[in-house]
Design a protein around this ligand. Sequence first.
Ligand SMILES: [Zn+2]
Length: 492
Amino acid sequence: MPTTYNGIGTRYYGKKNQETRPGICEHCGRAATLASYDTRLWFVVLLIPVIPLERKRILDYCPHCTRHRVFSLKEWEKLKAGRPAEALPFYQRALALNPELPEAKVAVGLDLIKQGKLEEAHQLLRFLEAPEAFPNPGALFALGCGYQKANRHREALALFTLLAGRFPQLSQDKAFRATVKKSEAATGAASSALPPRRVNFKPALGWAVAVVVALIVAFGSNYSISRNRTLHLVSGLDQTLTVAVAGHGSVTLNRPGRRELQLPEGAYRATVRGAATQAVDFVITASFFDRWFKKPVWVLNAGGSGLLLVESTVYGASPTEGAGGYRFHFGEPFLFVPQVDYPFEPFPKQIQVDSQSKQVGKSRIDLFPAGPAPAFYGLAADGRMAEALKLAEWAFRQHPEDTTLLLPYLGLAQAGQREAQARKFLAEAVQRRPIGIQWHRAYQELRSNRKELPALLAEYDALLKADPENSALLYLRGRLCPSGSHRAAAGR
Ligand SMILES: [Zn+2]
């Protein structure tokens, strides 16, 4: 059979001496107009015939499945020449010798149909109508078509009905049904002899099942995601604390670090006890599609004590300098970040990026291990004054005894025109008891100007009056005297 690949190969071109006949394709079993003709096989390039090859005789070409028999035309003509008046006399002779030979009956019958001798043909082929006759629907179909062609639709229909009953598969064949309907229309038949056309549900059913299964899997995975969320519990404290979520257990943290708790999506109240005490109301939720496409992170930061860093970076063949960013989170008991590629793990050294030019942004979250001082200096160096000051204030509240950042804090506040913020914070710090001398000194430092000094003196006089035996207060009042300033300087 001729084949072409990418337009190169062999192909038939031309049709000569064409004969057609109604029949049943011996390959696919469908009713068809089978064609026989002379043609030539060509070598083709881009489907254009280039080199003529052999001439062929195509036999019973089926328009449905395109299958056929093929002879070399030379061979075919030799065969024909060897049979002076075609094959028919042989068949007729065979039939005369053995009147019951079915193959001969069919062969002669088909020839009689061709000649329009339908009664004679029918006589010969009648044996095929018996159920035990060898199954050759083609000959009876050809006879039916012969009747149809002669406008003898009733006879045609009788044969078609018989065929439809005997060969149910044929009754579903499109060409066969069209042929039958033609005669039914011609006779004005009220009802059809054909069974209703079966709709083939198999492929549709297959698809429906596949879709349903896919939906079940998809919804199941979505549901499963919603039932298994991770709450990260972090602490920045050296002392033990316990976080309890009613109905879902509790987790104890003995030192700065992180632990996990699996929770279904929902609204919760967590109770923090130990080194910090607080109740935290929070919600773990996500939209339907975000469950599939986002990697959110929920963090319960006990007592707001953990210093969390959320940072982003850009991967690419030629990374952009300074791409990406960072942000510190502290002080708040609950943090939700909608998309985190690497939760509590480092960025990978490299990732697979689709193309040379493409850049891919990734994000991570982690506890910042170096503590508040490097974070403060980093923010200050990046000119992020407000964040640096806020971070220092958070660190002061966490550890009032640690004053390493106090002078840098004051320096940054003054340099950044943010003295008011520092004043407000220190005013709060000096309220704390026991008295932290460092805080008071910084507070006095800020207010030791001509304008504020009288009020400052009055403030410390009042404090001393209420607590006259307090050595720290006595010292602090003393360093406000003009003569006390050199002692104050020495005390630094
Ligand atoms: Zn076929």
